[in-house]
Design a binder for this molecule. Sequence first.
Ligand code: PGA
Length: 254
Amino acid sequence: MSEIHKPQITILETPGKVEEYVADTVIEQVHQAPDSVLTLPTGGTPIGVYGLLTAAHAAGRVDFGNITTINLDEYWPIPRNHPASYASYMERHFFGRVNVPTANQHIPNGEAPYSEAEARRYQEVIDAHAVDLGLITLGPGKTCHIGFNERGSAVDSRVRYVSLDDETTQANLRFFDDPSDMPIGAITQGVADILAARHILFVATGKHKAWGVRRSLSGEISADAPASFLRHHPNVHVILDQPAASLLRSDSVI
Ligand code: PGA
C-alpha cells in the first residue's frame, strides 16, 4: 500500500455534467458485466446520479437485475424507516425505482442491537465480494472523509463503528427534520475496504469541496485526510466540477 499513483482527473463544467459522466460509467460497467458488484455512496452528491440511473432503467437502457450493491455506511443507531437513514435514502433514490434484487442490496443495519456484531457481519459481506466499481464521494469541509472514515482513520482500517466528526454532523444535520434524531455515530466500511475495489470513481462537486479536493489530491497522504489514501490505489478516476477543482493547480497534483 505504500506505492503512490497519480489519479486520472476529469474536470467538467457543471455538477450536471459530472452526474452524467458518473451515471454513464456505471451503465457502461453494467453493460460490460451485468453481474457487477458496486460500492454505493449516499449524501447530496450522488442524488442526481441515482436520478439518471433510474431514468435509464425506466427507458430500458440498463438492467440492474443481476448487480450487487454494497453501501459505504449507515448511521447507527437509526430506525431503518427514518427518512434520513441511508436505508431510506437508497430506497427513495434508487432501490425503490429499479430492479436490484433485494438479496443483492447490502447496507449496514442501523437497527442492529450491537454495533460491533453488526460491523463483523458487514465485514463478512464485504469480504465475500470483489467490487468492480466503487463510487466514492468526499466529505464536507476539512474532514476529507470517505465513507464515514473521519480524520484519524488508518489506511488499513476495516468495517467498524465510528463517531462522526463535528463538521460532518454540522453538514448532515440538513437531512434531519429534528436535529435531536441525528445519531452521533455510524458503521462504515474502512479505508482498506474501499481501496479493495478494482476501479474507483472519486466524485466531488461544488466550491465547498475545493479545499478538501486540494488537500486530498495534492497534500500529504495521511490519516488527517483519509481521502488522500485513494492515491495508493492504481485505478482511481477523479471526477470534479470546475468549482470543486478550483484550488487545484495542474502541476500540484502528485
Ligand atoms: P455530500 O456528502 O455528498 O452530501 O456532500 C459526501 C460525504 O459526506 O461523503
